[in-house]
Design a protein around this ligand. Structure first.
Ligand SMILES: *[C@@H]1O[C@H](CO)[C@@H](O)[C@H](O)[C@H]1NC(C)=O
Ligand SMILES: *[C@@H]1O[C@H](CO)[C@@H](O)[C@H](O)[C@H]1NC(C)=O
Ligand SMILES: *[C@@H]1O[C@H](CO)[C@@H](O)[C@H](O)[C@H]1NC(C)=O
Ligand SMILES: *[C@@H]1O[C@H](CO)[C@@H](O)[C@H](O)[C@H]1NC(C)=O
Ligand SMILES: *[C@@H]1O[C@H](CO)[C@@H](O)[C@H](O)[C@H]1NC(C)=O
Ligand SMILES: *[C@@H]1O[C@H](CO)[C@@H](O)[C@H](O)[C@H]1NC(C)=O
Length: 455
């Protein structure tokens, strides 16, 4: 505990660091930072207002979303802000077929591109962590097919990738010992890295030093504070922080498979600004300090000990605090901004409204008061039957849900529709897992609601 005490003994030192870093960010103005625009909330401004806000009041220069939300995609039209979109885990397997991928590009991308500057299409989200056998088997083929379909449609600038949790690593400390989990290497990651090399697209990972806290009792190391560092005896490199260490662990793992040249992008990273009582590291100051250091690295060419001079395109998690995420207070506090578009803390990415118009974002929306109480997990509007059926199949097998109620003769068989069966099963899984928001994600096809769907 003396680590935490020491921290509060030197508040001036920390404040000095923050203002120095902020000053450096403002002066150099070379920062390039993306954000994840998550929408698990009932009080966010409409997408058009968010797009205007990002464009006129921040220096955020790229945005990533977790689905194909048409309102958000059209809100970013003609903003010149690159938008990264995600095909939900349940929806991408059929796109492993080139004909199907071409039809999908024709119906979904062609009407909105290039007015909306789509930068990346992500095939699923952390598929190797959350997916099932069908998804594993179709992941790389779908990446290839969607990419080829984009090229054939005349959109060679759209890159196709997928984001990985660092659960794909066997170990990471010291980085020289890192490797991908054995089973993933030969079947998925080698062909995927071959694909990335050929298509010149980045291997995207979600490194969260925050979630490495359980594996390290060195909080200063995790939080970019002065510390003795971690020495890697094999490479002779000294690590001063967990973030660099995690990126180098990914690099070493790629290198061991023969792909040190493939670019790495950071799909998500961040720090919660508040937590439940006792979560002493979840503070505004720590979130600000962590994200300042991430912004300082992103696109600066600083690189890491094993990748000096390299840039990592980076997306912070997240744009807004999201009130409907469950799983404890921290889950509602990953945001850089409150829903009213006021910054939770300053990391040098906001700018003042320009005088004489063009300032945008002037009208602050009235926040909707969220109703407290019970929560249900339901299929998202627009989720396809195929993805909902995949959710049912998964929950009834790997998910451990008792699915007798939706079988013929079961209490919840009627109405006999995929949507209604999925609503029952997804909610049963969500309730059984203790209302953790991530147990209602279902690869972007589920959403938490506070109104009883059976009424
Ligand atoms: C792809 O789908 C089309 C149309 O459904 C089908 O004719 C074709 O055989 C499929 N291709 C492969 C390689 O499965
Ligand atoms: C993890 O690494 C250890 C040590 O190299 C190895 O014995 C083990 O098989 C690996 N496990 C997996 C799942 O890759
Ligand atoms: C650490 O592990 C505990 C128990 O599994 C979990 O509740 C907590 O959220 C974890 N903390 C982090 C930062 O991952
Ligand atoms: C925790 O600290 C102890 C002693 O301070 C050290 O020996 C140990 O390696 C540390 N464990 C981790 C996981 O960092
Ligand atoms: C890393 O730290 C060790 C031990 O403090 C030191 O001997 C070594 O020179 C350092 N290596 C580099 C590359 O700075
Ligand atoms: C925005 O919301 C935050 C959190 O609810 C609040 O503290 C702040 O005062 C609000 N700012 C404005 C300008 O309404």
């Amino acid at each position: 505990m003396d680590k935490f005490k020491r921290k509060s003994t030197y508040p001036n030192l920390i404040l000095l660091n923050i203002s120095t870093l902020l000053l450096a960010l403002h002066i150099t103005a070379v920062t390039s930072i993306g954000v994840n625009y998550g929408t698990m909330a009932d009080n966010l401004p409409p997408p058009a207002q968010v797009a205007q806000f990002i464009k006129t009041r921040t220096t955020i220069d790229r945005v990533k979303i977790f689905d194909m939300n048409p309102d958000i995609i059209s809100a970013f039209a003609n903003t010149n802000i690159p938008l990264t979109v995600t095909i939900a885990n349940g929806d991408f397997p059929p796109l492993a077929n080139l004909t199907a991928a071409q039809a999908w590009v024709a119906s979904t991308i062609a009407p909105v591109y290039p007015q909306t500057k789509i930068e990346y299409i992500l095939i699923g989200s952390e598929v190797l962590l959350w997916g099932d056998g069908t998804m594993f088997g179709t992941l790389v083929p779908a990446m290839n097919a969607v990419y080829n379909a984009c090229v054939l449609a005349g959109f060679p600038d759209i890159k196709v990738t997928t984001a990985h949790s660092l659960g794909i690593l066997n170990s990471s400390v010291p980085p020289s010992s890192a490797s991908f989990l054995f089973g993933w290497q030969q079947y998925f990651l080698t062909p995927m890295l071959e694909y990335h090399r050929r298509s010149k697209s980045p291997f995207m990972v979600n490194p969260y030093p925050y979630f490495a806290l359980n594996y390290s009792n060195n909080t200063d190391f995790v939080l970019f504070e002065p510390n003795p560092g971690v020495f890697d005896p094999v490479t002779g490199m000294n690590y001063t922080n967990m973030y660099d260490l995690l990126l180098d662990a990914v690099y070493v793992s790629m290198k061991k498979l023969g792909f040190p040249d493939v670019d790495i992008a950071v799909g998500e990273t961040g720090w919660p600004s508040a937590g439940d009582p006792g979560m002493v590291l979840c503070t505004v100051q720590n979130a600000q300090w962590h994200n300042l250091n991430v912004v300082k690295r992103a696109g600066s060419g600083v690189g890491t000990p094993l990748m000096p001079g390299r840039n990592f395109e980076t997306f912070l998690f997240a744009l807004f605090n999201e009130d409907l995420k469950t799983g404890g207070t921290i889950e509602n506090h990953w945001g850089l901004f409150y829903p009213n578009m006021t910054a939770v803390y300053d990391i040098g990415i906001t700018r003042q409204a320009q005088p004489g118009g063009g300032g945008g974002g002037g009208a602050v929306p009235t926040p909707v008061t969220p109703t407290s109480g019970k929560q249900w997990c339901v299929p998202k509007k627009g989720a396809t039957d195929a993805s909902l059926q995949a959710n049912i199949n998964w929950a009834c097998t790997s998910g451990g849900v008792d699915c007798s109620a939706i079988k013929a003769g079961g209490a919840c068989f009627n109405p006999n529709t995929v949507w209604s069966h999925a609503a029952y099963i997804m909610n049963a899984y969500y309730q059984a897992k203790g209302l953790q928001f991530f147990n209602c994600d279902f690869a972007g096809t589920g959403s938490v609601t506070t109104s009883d769907p059976s009424k």
